[in-house]
Design a binder for this molecule. Structure first.
Ligand SMILES: *Cc1c(COP(=O)(O)O)cnc(C)c1O
Length: 443
C-alpha cells in the first residue's frame, strides 16, 4: 500500500520530529520524497528536484550510486552485523588499510612513523567520530606523564556535531547556548574565516596555546572550511601555522574532515592543501556514500602507543554498531569509486563554474556580500542578520519552485552539489540558484 502525499503529511505532522525545524511550523510543510538518483530526487507527485547540498553533505557520489547499492546487497548476503569485541572481519580490516593509505602524510618518507595516521576507530556518524577524537586525546594525556593536559581549544563558528562533547567544542552560539550548563569548558579562539582575517586569528590562537601551555589536550578544527558557520573558507596558511604551533606546544591537532573530506574542497582531504598531517582525522558523511550512517576516527601511532600496557589503559569506548560490516563494505566501495572514476577531476571541472556563478551574482547584486568558493562549495551572504534571518528561507522557497533544493545556513546561500553531477544538471542548478536569488534580492 502506498499512501498519498496528504496522508503522509498528516502522519508526519502528528509524529515525526524534524531536525533543525521549528515545532508546528505549518507554513513550510516538508516535501514528500519518493525516490532519488544521482544529483536529483523526486517527490510523490513526480516533481523533480536537484539536490544542491548533497542531502546535508553526504551524497558526494550522488544518490544510489549503482556500485554502492550493489556493494550493500553483496555484503548483506553474507554478514550484516557482528560485534567488534574479540571479533574481526574482512570489511573492517580491508577498509582500515585502504583508509590509512588515503591519509595525509601516508607516503611522506620524512614523516616519522609515530606521526603516521595508522589506527582506525569506527563509529556511526560525524558527531561520534569527533566524540571519539576528544576521548582519545583526553585519555592519552591522562595516562601519560602530562596529566594536566585536559582542555580543548576550538574555534568560534566551529561545528563538530550534536553530542554533548561535540557541542562543547562547537562554537555556534545558536546551537550551544541552551545547553550551556552541560558543556565542558573550552578555550575559544577566533575564526580564521571571519573578516578579522586569518593572520590575526593565528596570532590569537598561538597566544592561547602559549598562555595555556601544558593544559591543552588538543586543538580541534574544521580544515579550510567552517561549514555550518556559513561556509567560512580560510587560507591553508592558517592550518600550516597552527600545525607548527601545536608542535611547539606539544599538543594534538584534530582535523574534523567530516564535511571537507572525500574531495569536497578539491583534494581528497582538505588538510592536503595545507600540506598538514593532523594527529587525528575524523571522517563520516560522504564516507558511506549516502547509504548508511558510518564514521571513522583515524589516530596516529603515537596516540595508539599511549594505550598500550594492559586492561586499565584500554580505550573503554565503542558503539553498538562499531565497525558494522555493511558500513565498512560501502565505504570500501566509496574509496574504490574515488580511485577508479576520477572523482577529483570532476571536482576540478565543477569548481571554476561554481566560482564564476557566485562572483557574477555579487557583481550583479550589490546587496550581496562575500562571494566565496572552494572546490565544489560556493556561497554568498544575503545580509548580516545571521542564522535566524529569513532571507535565506525566501530564496529556499523560490528555489523549490524552480526544482532546486537549496537549504540555506541563515542568510548564507550555498551549494555543495554531488561531485558526480553532470554538466546539464550543474547548469540547471547554477541557473536556478541565480534566478532564485534574483527573485528575492532587489538590484
Ligand atoms: C556534519 C558535521 C558533523 C556531525 O556529523 P553528523 O553525521 O551529523 O553527526 C561534525 N563535523 C562537521 C565538520 C560536520 O560538518
Amino acid at each position: 500500500m502506498k499512501l498519498d502525499r496528504a496522508s503522509l503529511l498528516e502522519l508526519d505532522r502528528a509524529h515525526v520530529w524534524h531536525p533543525y525545524t521549528p515545532a508546528h511550523d505549518d507554513s513550510r510543510p516538508p516535501l514528500v520524497v519518493a525516490r532519488a538518483e544521482g544529483a536529483r530526487f523526486w517527490d510523490v507527485d513526480g516533481r523533480s528536484f536537484i539536490d544542491a547540498n548533497s542531502s546535508w553533505w553526504v551524497a558526494s557520489l550522488g544518490h544510489r550510486h549503482p556500485r554502492l547499492v550493489a556493494a550493500l546487497a553483496r555484503q548483506a548476503s553474507e554478514l550484516t552485523h557482528i560485534a567488534l569485541g574479540g571479533l574481526t572481519h574482512e570489511p573492517a580490516t580491508l577498509l582500515a588499510r585502504e583508509l590509512v593509505e588515503t591519509m595525509p602524510g601516508h607516503d611522506d618518507q620524512a614523516l616519522s612513523s609515530d606521526r603516521k595516521l595508522s589506527r582506525v576507530f569506527y563509529s556511526d556518524d560525524g558527531s561520534t567520530s569527533v566524540e571519539v577524537a576528544i576521548k582519545l586525546c583526553a585519555q592519552y594525556w591522562a595516562q601519560s606523564t602530562r596529566a594536566s593536559r585536559t582542555r580543548f581549544v576550538a574555534l568560534s563558528g566551529a561545528f563538530h556535531g550534536e553530542t554533548v562533547g561535540a557541542t562543547s567544542v562547537g562554537g555556534i552560539e545558536a546551537f550551544r547556548s541552551v545547553y550551556g550548563p552541560l558543556l565542558f569548558d573550552v578555550v575559544r579562539a577566533p575564526s580564521p574565516g571571519d573578516d578579522l582575517g586569518w593572520r590575526r586569528a593565528i596570532d590569537a590562537i598561538v597566544d592561547e596555546l602559549d598562555r595555556h601551555r601544558d593544559t591543552i589536550a588538543a586543538v580541534v578544527v574544521e580544515p579550510l572550511v567552517q561549514g555550518a558557520a556559513g561556509m567560512r573558507i580560510y587560507d591553508p596558511a592558517y592550518l600550516r601555522a597552527l600545525r607548527e604551533a601545536c608542535d611547539r606546544a606539544d599538543t594534538f591537532l584534530v582535523a574534523d574532515e567530516v564535511f571537507t573530506g572525500l574531495g569536497r574542497t578539491g583534494t581528497f582531504w582538505a588538510c592536503e592543501q595545507a600540506d598538514v598531517v593532523p594527529d587525528v582525522l575524523c571522517t563520516a558523511k560522504a564516507l558511506s556514500g549516502a547509504l548508511f550512517p558510518f564514521a571513522a576516527t583515524v589516530a596516529n601511532e603515537r596516540i595508539y602507543d599511549g594505550f598500550r600496557g594492559g586492561r586499565d589503559r584500554a580505550f573503554l569506548y565503542g558503539h553498538s554498531y562499531c565497525g558494522n560490516p555493511l558500513g565498512c563494505a560501502i565505504a570500501r566501495e566509496v574509496l574504490a569509486i574515488y580511485r577508479e572514476e576520477s572523482v577529483l577531476d570532476r571536482v576540478a571541472r565543477i569548481a571554476p563554474r561554481v566560482r564564476a556563478t557566485f562572483e557574477s551574482l555579487a557583481e550583479e547584486l550589490p546587496a550581496l556580500s562575500r562571494p566565496r568558493s572552494l572546490g565544489a562549495i560556493g556561497a554568498i551572504d544575503l545580509g548580516d542578520q545571521g542564522y535566524l534571518d529569513d532571507k535565506g528561507w525566501r530564496v529556499y522557497e523560490a528555489a523549490l519552485e524552480r526544482g532546486l533544493y537549496l537549504r540555506p545556513l541563515g542568510d548564507t546561500v550555498y551549494v555543495a552539489p554531488p561531485l558526480v553531477i553532470d554538466d546539464p544538471t550543474l547548469d540547471a542548478l547554477l541557473d536556478g540558484l541565480t534566478q532564485s536569488i534574483r527573485a528575492v534580492i532587489a538590484r
